[in-house]
Design a protein around this ligand. Structure first.
Ligand SMILES: [Zn+2]
Length: 184
């Protein structure tokens, strides 16, 4: 066996290993690598099933016109609101939390729990199809960023210290969310 063949085989083995690492993005949301431009499949509570939708792509100027400054800072500049300051940190009404940018449904109130962090926390999204996760190595730490699948707005981060049944804590910014009461 020549040297190049050995290299090729070990490279292929590395690919297999890296794609099977536990906690990879595809368990929690749609991996960016699988993302296609244009049409996406997302969950809708209106139809209680999946619907086709279009990715929403806007310029910063367009987003600024539509969003409040705090919403723009979080969604489009990956900002983080101060703990305890967001309107949904201690919010416990039944309903659905939507993306403040594009109105996509993101979290059910049934998955919201008191994490004690001062940020609205959920143990799962309404559907893994409706969010996207990417590795975030900023601030000298390894975190997993959570984005809206439709408009790529920054929502917050997901951590492994959540309650059952998922063991995950989706730590969100209130400014990235818009609550709609009632509908399940
Ligand atoms: Zn969105």
């Amino acid at each position: 066996m020549d040297k190049y063949r050995i290299y090729a085989m070990s490279f292929a083995a590395m690919l297999v290993l890296s794609s099977s690492v536990p906690g990879c993005a595809d368990k929690r949301g749609t991996s960016p690598a699988a993302e296609k431009e244009g049409a996406i499949k997302v969950y809708s509570s209106k139809t209680k099933g999946f619907v086709m939708s279009e990715k929403i792509i806007k310029t910063d100027l367009e987003w600024k016109k539509q969003l409040a400054p705090e919403q723009f800072h979080v969604l489009r500049e990956k900002g983080t609101e101060m703990a305890g300051t967001g309107i949904y940190a201690n919010h416990h009404e039944p309903g659905i939390y939507h993306c403040a940018g594009c109105d996509l449904e993101l979290f059910r109130s049934e998955a919201k729990y008191e994490s004690g962090t001062g940020w609205p926390s959920f143990f799962s999204p309404i559907s893994p199809e409706n969010i996207k996760t990417v590795a975030d190595n900023s601030l000298f730490s390894r975190r997993t960023e959570v984005l809206c699948r439709r408009c790529d707005g920054h929502l917050g981060h997901v951590f492994d210290d959540g309650p059952r049944p998922t063991g995950l804590r989706y730590c969100m910014n209130s400014a990235a969310l818009k609550f709609e009461t009632g509908r399940k």
